[in-house]
Ligand binder design. Structure first.
Ligand SMILES: Cc1cc2nc3c(=O)[nH]c(=O)nc-3n(C[C@H](O)[C@H](O)[C@H](O)COP(=O)(O)OP(=O)(O)OC[C@H]3O[C@@H](n4cnc5c(N)ncnc54)[C@H](O)[C@@H]3O)c2cc1C
Length: 539
């Protein structure tokens, strides 16, 4: 077999603005080598149970779209299943690989994976070409512009990118791919289905966001048509609980690289130039700079995803209560706004930025006093856009562990959602159990008199949970804990601590009562079912 060049797709699942892909094609053309586009379903990821089914579907959509686009150019995508090391060990010999190209990646797992592959390639005399195209700038370039220091504020970051200038213009998609003299078994290496991967499909939600470059470009074009909206875009003015998303929902496409951030950026520039428009940090260009800022810090901060050993993270002694975490995760906190957001997250995979703010604040410093790392893991499972750098950075922000330190500013799980959705239509959509509640009580259904609960067909404490904590009690307690933690003092010194531990006791008992009553209810139903079954048998 003649030599071959491989472009290894990981993120960057697109043809446009893909410098590593263009390099592979140029090498294949120049050296008369075969070209193969490869995606590896890395067993490390497949085995991780934390990727939710909705994100699996988004990834498989994206691979199918890529395969179709490559086929349009006379090529295809080869999906291989194993660790990248095993895959390359095999195909470097079997496919006679002479060159390998890929997009660089700044996440810790990717860095060590790529180091292994680089060494392997070198030992087989395979040339390797890497390009930075997942971000607007190469994070190293930003750090160099700051004399080797990591910029730790958005303002500092913005001043550095102003100095550097606009990011490079996006590159065009290839218009042709040289045809291969040899081809590899056509049936092998197809894009798998969810069934092929044996992914548990019980949590599969509505297919609102189809993955892939084609959808990404369509969505971008659709948003770009709304020129006035773009010019006036100000993130804090967008609504966390509108029934149609109030921001672009391009994040899942950016996460998988179905769309190039440079294309997005330059398209935005062409819309706003010459017009009156909003500015960073709240404008849409400003949103892309948030992404860039967090990528830059994440790329060089050891243990960015942890509390211990993470030098930018305040050491706050969070509690570890699996029951509280589970109630939050499953949307059973008894606070309808929080529960509706968590339901949207679990079923649809995307929630608005300010909705993320509310539930993250609630889990950590606001109400439940659970670690932000536990929150990251839940988001990582359910978000379509789950992104290592952005998820960790934003959770540190919301828990006032890093970047943001005004811990006195706590989101109310009752008042905040009301500002943009007085009627609670969003809650009624995601928590249909509550849909007959009058708007007056929709954010605090436990306050509704029993006759209203009965009329709504939903008894609080029975059909929908009572609040698992009392926001008015835990808020001041947590504020004091934060204040002590910021001073480096143990939180047991808190005036609230004695009262708090007593209240924790009560809560634990209460929760036990709730779970006991659920258990006994379940047992009753089971008994009833058994007797019905035996009755039917007898008949
Ligand atoms: C606790 C928490 C966790 C988060 N986890 C993630 C995550 O895992 N992945 C993720 O992509 N975003 C995350 N975000 C950031 C933000 O909420 C989403 O990027 C945004 O809501 C995506 O919706 P959009 O595409 O409509 O955003 P738009 O407002 O349309 O913004 C356009 C793009 O800018 C970027 N962006 C916007 N806001 C931020 C931000 N605060 N930080 C970084 N980039 C931003 C995104 O790439 C986004 O797609 C998180 C925020 C919070 C508070």
């Amino acid at each position: 077999m003649s030599g071959s060049v491989i472009h290894w797709f990981r993120k960057g699942l697109r043809l446009h603005d893909n410098p590593a892909l263009l390099k592979a094609l140029a090498l294949a053309e120049e050296k008369k080598h075969a070209f193969y586009a490869v995606f590896i379903l890395d067993t490390w990821f497949v085995k991780q149970a934390t990727v939710g089914v909705n994100r699996w579907r988004f990834l498989l959509d994206s691979l199918s779209d890529l395969d179709a686009s490559l086929k349009n150019l006379g090529s295809r995508l080869y999906v291989l299943r194993d660790s990248p090391e095993n895959v390359f060990n095999t195909i470097i010999k079997d496919w006679n690989v002479k060159a390998l190209t890929f997009e660089s990646d700044t996440e810790p797992y990717a860095k060590s994976r790529d180091e292994t592959i680089r060494k392997l390639a070198k030992s087989h005399h395979v040339e390797v070409h890497e390009y930075c195209s997942h971000t607007l700038y190469n994070p190293n370039e930003i750090i160099q512009a700051n004399n080797g220091a990591t910029p730790m504020t958005y303002q500092k970051f913005e001043s550095l990118v102003k100095k550097i200038g606009h990011p490079k213009s996006p590159l065009d998609s290839p218009i042709s791919i040289p045809s291969n003299i040899h081809s590899i078994d056509g049936k092998k290496y197809l894009v798998p289905t969810l069934d092929d991967l044996e992914v548990d499909q019980t949590g599969l939600g509505p297919h609102l966001y189809r993955g892939g470059e084609t959808e990404a470009l369509k969505r971008l074009e659709m948003k770009l048509k709304r020129q006035e909206w773009i010019c006036k875009f100000s993130k804090p003015q967008t609504s966390p609980n509108s029934l149609e998303p109030s921001t672009t929902v391009l994040s899942p496409y950016l996460k998988f690289g179905c769309i190039s951030p440079r294309l997005f950026y330059h398209k935005l520039l062409s819309v706003i130039s010459g017009k009156k428009h909003t500015e960073p940090p709240t404008s849409l260009v400003g949103q892309l700079l948030w992404r860039e800022f967090f990528y830059t810090v994440g790329s060089v901060t050891p243990n960015f995803d942890q509390i211990q050993g993470n030098k930018i993270c305040k050491q706050i002694p969070w509690s570890d209560d699996p029951e509280l975490l589970e109630a939050w995760k499953l949307g059973k906190t008894g606070y309808p706004f929080i529960d509706a957001v968590m339901t949207q997250l679990r079923t649809e995979g995307w929630i608005h930025h300010l909705a993320r703010h509310s539930v993250a604040c609630f889990l950590t410093r606001g109400d439940l006093w659970q670690s932000w790392v536990a929150g990251v893991k839940v988001f990582d499972e359910y978000l379509l856009d789950a992104d290592w750098s952005l998820n960790n950075a934003n959770w540190m922000w919301l828990s006032a562990s890093s970047f943001f330190y005004q811990f006195q500013r706590v989101y109310s799980p009752i008042v905040f959602g009301k500002k943009t959705d007085k009627n609670g239509d969003y809650i009624k959509k995601y928590l249909p159990k509550l849909k007959k509640f009058p708007s007056e009580y929709i954010y605090e259904p436990w306050k509704a008199p029993l006759n209203i609960q009965k009329a709504a067909g939903c008894i609080i404490g029975q059909d929908y949970p009572k609040p698992i904590v009392d926001h008015d009690v835990v808020r001041p307690r947590n504020l004091e804990r934060m204040s002590l933690a910021y001073k480096g003092l143990p939180i047991e010194n808190s005036a609230y601590s004695a009262a708090a531990s007593k209240e924790d006791d009560i809560n634990t008992k209460k929760r036990k009562v709730v779970s006991d009553s659920t258990k006994s209810k379940k047992q009753k139903i089971e008994r009833k079912q058994k007797s019905v079954a035996s009755f039917l048998k007898k008949k």
